[in-house]
Design a protein around this ligand. Sequence first.
Ligand code: SR1
Ligand code: MG
Length: 423
Amino acid sequence: MDKQVFEALSAETLPHRLGGNSALGEKIGEDASHWTVKEIGDGNLNLVFIVTGSKGTAVVKQALPYVRLVGESWPLPLKRSFFEYHALVRQAARAPGMVPEIFFFDETQALIVMEYLTPHVILRRALIDGRELPNIGCDLGLFAARTLFRGSDLSMATRDKKADLALFADNVELCDITENLVFSDPYFEADLNRHTAPQLDPIMMELRSDRDLKVEAQRLKHLFSAKAETLCHGDLHTGSVMVTDAETRVIDPEFAFYGPISFDVGMLLANFWMSYFSQSGQESTTGARDGMRAYLLETIETIWETFRSEFAQLWRTERMGILYQARVFEDRNDPLGAEQALNIVIDDIWREMLGFAGIEIHRRILGLAHNADFETIADPDRRAACESKALKLGRHLAVNRHRIHSLRDIRATAERLQKETLA
Ligand code: SR1
Ligand code: MG
């Protein structure tokens, strides 16, 4: 094999191609003739293989030079694998134990060999099945606070932060996907859009002609592109999390970029609100998922509260960067300066986070890349009823974000919308 030329793997070629790889051999057993390979990639972009040998199992993830969801007509650079690898390395250091261990990275072949997580399942799948996982609220709140705080000028040496900013600035094409699919396409007749039709036609038209909403979506896009505050995961939804009852791991940071602290948090919470509204399409009898719905709203509160308190803790103990320097607030007559600044920073994150959550909900229902939460509801009337309520919450979050002060208020709005679904 010419190692300088990219070649996509297949289940058949993988043992021959990676048979001499010592990092993989060490983990799963050297004798490639005994390896079994299963391709499980059902994501939008990449190939994912589970490779089992005499000693164990590992995952081989390989980028393709195009968007798998669409096909070869949409080229996408292999370098996203490089950004995923570098993001995983940083996340492992900033939030230990929360991402899969990396065994090997090959830049030319755009492949990462990593830990096989078992018996973990994708969080989105677990939520669709109605599983209440006890730890995810705390785990995800901690992951967000630790990675987002520690990747920013609040924590990093400014030289290191600027070097990373330059490194990840080259993830142009993946940012371009988000810039278009998330912030713009849902709000006009973009080619790749799709929705549950004709049921959602009226609300889609209403949202597309909603001036306040479109202005907010563009303000949020402006924040996304201009506020290079921290290293974001970039695609932190429930499909990027693997879980057991005891463990939570975050995967797939190929969309990593320097952006607003609020972005990951907003994307994540949006996916829990969508799960909330999708439950009535998944339940066997009306009300069967009431407990699950309550669990989801509580989990949203736990994620945010954990994020907020961990962020505050890091602010008080690890604020070594160039921002809000302790020495500026050392005045003994006014010891509360740093706390006042912290409150303002958290308030900004809160308002931005709500906006990002709102538009993430819209794009998953009106844009190209939909969620299995809704897509697995076979009856289109039932699906549209769920989606329509989610769209309304999304609009409320995006447009009213400066006037929403607590998750209790959002909970009341979500529960009111949910009851309308049942009416
Ligand atoms: C063309 S890629 C569509 C979506 O899949 C990824 O998971 C991201 O969410 C992206 O927006
Ligand atoms: Mg992904």
